[in-house]
Design a protein around this ligand. Structure first.
Ligand code: HEM
Ligand SMILES: [Ca+2]
Ligand SMILES: [Ca+2]
Length: 313
């Protein structure tokens, strides 16, 4: 089991609200086993879902913090932002919520379910088993403009990328490790065509044969690019360090994936992770705990929603 050593993790220095590794010990003792069972059934039916769950956690935590704001579904809520294009499987969080309501009604927040499902997704795909503290509350708000502002686009610079993760308390190594989530899943051609047909000098694809392959997969700039997908690394169902090996070979899919090997600050970390998968798993684990503890809200500001896509009456 990889995790952080203390039993609680401080979330924000401004308030003293803390997450706790034993948060549901009395109120929902079987929580982790129920989530594990539910997730394994979902993954068995659709092996592409771990990627979806991991990205869902990032997109939740990146906007207002890890508060399930991404699940609220009404006019003008986050999910309608174009930056959330490709987000999927939200309804599965509700399916797990329903199972938990039967066992421990009104206890487990949708935000905690998102975090637990993401960490199960990593473990089920062959990645590290990560212990995470719990006790997140669900927000009562969600606003698409916040998503437009805070979610990164595929062409983000390395400086902007580092700023996002260092402001969550990650160091350089952890920032590079969390992007290793791109070891799972796919990207749509619409996020790659700029690099193929109108590249900024900094975002050109480094390996020529990889570029030719992508041109075959993503031939034009038509609306079809919203439908066609390419894998994020050569083993998109396996959580491994292949992503870093691909990046060092010049096969980074998005601008930022190549960017971290162009910038000498991050390139040395990429090399380390490409050579040593255990080291990547260790650093990814601590980065995951930090990501999933971003701006957590406390009882006074949040609630435990009864239904994940609606605030309580
Ligand atoms: C600055 C940082 C990041 C950028 C610019 C970025 C960008 C992207 C883009 C453009 C896609 C493709 C979406 C699509 O076309 O459907 C994607 C997919 C993905 N991202 Fe990221 N990402 C970043 C950080 C992260 C982080 C921190 C995580 C998780 C911890 C993550 C997990 C994923 C996963 C798992 C997918 C595949 C999703 C699927 O198969 O449905 N990304 N990312
Ligand atoms: Ca959120
Ligand atoms: Ca992989």
């Amino acid at each position: 089991m990889v995790g952080v050593s203390s039993s609680t993790i401080g979330v924000s220095e401004a308030d003293h609200y803390q997450l706790d590794y034993d948060y549901y010990k009395h109120s929902c003792p079987n929580l982790e086993a129920i989530v594990k069972e539910q997730v394994s059934t979902i993954l068995f039916i659709d092996p592409s879902s771990p990627a979806a769950f991991l990205r869902l956690l990032f997109h939740d935590c990146q906007v207002q913090g890890c508060d399930a704001s991404i699940l609220l579904d009404y006019e003008g809520s986050e999910i309608v932002s174009t930056k959330n294009f490709g987000i999927r499987k939200q309804e599965k969080i509700q399916q797990i919520k329903t199972a938990l309501e039967a066992e421990c009604p009104g206890q487990v927040s949708c935000a905690d379910i998102i975090a637990l499902v993401a960490r199960e997704s990593v473990a089920f795909s062959g990645g590290p088993e990560i212990q995470i503290p719990l006790g997140r509350k669900d927000s009562r708000t969600s606003n698409h403009q916040q998503a437009d502002i805070h979610l990164p686009s595929s062409g983000i610079s390395v400086d902007e990328f580092l700023h996002i993760f260092m402001s969550k308390g990650m160091n350089l190594q952890e920032s590079v490790a969390i992007l290793g989530a791109h070891t799972l899943g796919v990207g749509h051609c619409r996020n790659i065509v700029d690099r193929l047909y109108d590249p900024h000098p900094d975002s050109q694809i480094i390996n020529h044969s990889f570029e030719l392959l992508l041109r075959l997969e993503c031939p034009t700039r038509t609306p079809l690019t919203n439908l066609t997908v390419v894998p994020n690394d050569m083993t998109p169902f396996i959580f491994d360090n292949r992503y870093y090996r691909d990046v060092t070979a010049g096969n980074g899919l998005f601008g930022i994936d190549s960017g971290i090997y162009r910038d000498p600050r991050t390139a040395s970390v990429v090399n380390q992770f490409a050579l040593d998968q255990n080291h990547f798993f260790q650093v990814f684990s601590s980065a995951f705990v930090r990501l999933s503890s971003t701006n957590v809200i406390c009882d006074a500001e949040g609630e435990v929603r009864s239904i994940c896509n609606r605030v309580n009456e």
